[in-house]
Design a binder for this molecule. Structure first.
Ligand code: TYD
Ligand code: MG
Length: 459
């Protein structure tokens, strides 16, 4: 191994220190020093060999031949979907999520299927081989060809893996890995980044597909460096609430497919199962309509999905009334309440407002604006909105209702599930009578509020 030495560099100002200190003397920030390796000018460590000077040449684009892209199917359609149609050989996929959400379960199910056709090595740094095997047997997974390794030492792992030449490698999890290049403890930012860099470099040089499991901190970022996200080709996040059965995988970065694509699963006693008709599961069907509940047609991840948005508006006894969102963006809620006051004359400054998306789904698109505002209004007035009503649309600061992408698909999904009334942006309303629904196209928030008065609960 070529000579390298470690330095400590500040993650906020970039100042370099020969020793670790609690406070950066450059910018005064606390706890920002991270161990890094510097390369001596005479030698290049092996992990950088792929990029060594003198190898690259300038080439006209026309001379570059592409190999037909052969994707490996994971046997799990919803996972293939978020990956953009399967695993691209040599790609690096980071799977993030809270502990216990099902990352290991999903990967074990996937690799045991893949191992029937390709060579796969599953490397666990968290569980013993017995624990992994116990889980696989309990789930009744095929196990004949699956290779396992319980290790956390990157150099050792790479030595063993080089001999085996697998097509797919799984590291569960990257936070448990450590490398000899740095002296700091496993789990630290420096260790995670250097271990990942070595593994990614190996994957690229040998055209091995690599899955990295990463834990998420309380703040929701991948523990360790955000730089992990820059190193990899795909970043998938596992979402869902611990007490809900449903799990959503979202692609937040994908070099080989669409981002924001969703895969939906249910956690059962036989592991993760795909959900083929997701709209049906996120709707809670009450016997009678309740105030504050609105069904919206969202278009998360380019797939139409019906979800229930709930709001509870309650008299506040605080100087600063509470605005709490689960599954929606809090800053957007505050903005929408201001629009409601200014353009519809409905004040909530003395009310606590709570908003929730049922089933642990997270809605990031603006199509939820109108549904959320009308749910708030329904709770404030204590007037239920009929079961068979679907609502979507973006609300602008001028109180205008703006169109959202894929309006027709949203309406089609709603019609498929038996919805009869729709309140939608004017520009999203179909030109001709396409669906068996009464459609109220609206241009302003005021109009939407008026329509709500006309919608009869018993309709
Ligand atoms: P796991 O995949 O170990 O989570 P992670 O790797 O993301 O930390 O998932 C563990 C959880 O899943 C645990 O709370 C139990 C639950 N589970 C089931 O409900 N059914 C099952 O068949 C399995 C394997 C796990
Ligand atoms: Mg795990």
């Amino acid at each position: 191994m070529a000579k390298s030495k470690t330095i400590y560099s500040c993650q906020s100002c970039g100042a370099q220190h020969p020793k670790w200190t609690g406070q950066c003397t450059g910018c005064g920030a606390w706890n920002t020093l991270v161990e890094e390796i510097t390369l001596s000018s005479t030698a290049t460590p092996s992990r950088y060999q792929g990029y060594a000077l003198g190898e690259a040449t300038i080439t006209p684009m026309a001379d570059i031949t592409l190999h037909p892209e052969t994707r490996l199917h994971t046997g799990v359609n919803e996972l293939d979907r978020v990956l953009g149609g399967g695993i691209v050989p040599g790609s690096v996929i980071l799977i993030g999520g809270d502990p216990g959400i099902g990352k290991s379960t999903l990967l074990l199910q996937t690799v045991s299927y893949l191992s029937q056709h390709t060579k796969v090595i599953y490397i666990t740094g968290e569980e013993s081989l017995q624990q992994v095997t116990l889980r696989a047997r309990r789930l009744g997974l095929p196990e004949e060809n699956l290779l396992l390794l319980a290790d956390t030492h990157v150099e050792h792992i790479l030595k063993l893996v080089q001999q085996q030449k697998p097509h797919i490698l799984v590291i569960d999890s990257i936070q448990t890995m450590h490398t000899d290049l740095l002296q700091s403890a496993p789990g630290g930012v420096g260790q995670v980044r250097e271990s990942a860099a070595q593994l990614v470099n190996f994957a690229k040089q040998t055209n091995t597909a690599l899955f990295l499991v990463g834990h998420v901190t309380k703040e929701g970022a991948l523990a360790g460096p955000r730089v992990l996200e820059h190193m990899v080709d795909c970043v998938l996040y596992f979402e869902g609430e611990q007490d809900s059965r449903y799990r959503v995988i979202r692609a937040v970065k994908n070099r080989f497919g669409a981002v924001n694509e969703l895969g939906i699963f249910a956690m059962t006693d036989k592991g993760l199962r795909e959900v083929s008709n997701p709209s049906a599961i996120f709707l809670s069907r009450y016997p009678n309509p309740v105030p504050g509940s609105v069904i919206m047609a969202s278009n998360e991840g380019n797939r139409p999905l019906l979800v229930e948005v709930q709001a509870l508006v309650d008299q506040s006894h605080l100087g600063n009334p509470r605005r709490v969102c689960v599954g929606l963006e809090s800053s957007r809620l505050v903005m929408l309440l201001a629009v409601l006051h200014r353009h519809a004359g409905i004040a909530t400054y003395d009310q606590d407002v709570f908003a929730n998306v049922v089933g642990g789904v997270r809605i990031t698109e603006t199509g939820a604006d109108l549904a959320l505002l009308l749910a708030i209004l329904s709770s404030l007035r204590n007037r239920p909105i009929p079961h068979n009503t679907i609502i979507f649309g973006e609300v602008g600061l001028a109180g205008e209702i703006r169109p959202v992408p894929n309006g027709q698909e949203r309406l089609r999904e709603a019609a498929k599930h038996g919805f009869k009334i729709a309140i939608v942006p004017h520009a999203n309303a179909p030109k001709s009578h396409l669906f068996d629904m009464t459609i109220y196209p609206v241009q302003t928030l005021q109009e939407a509020v008026e329509h709500l008065k006309n919608v009869n609960v018993t309709a």
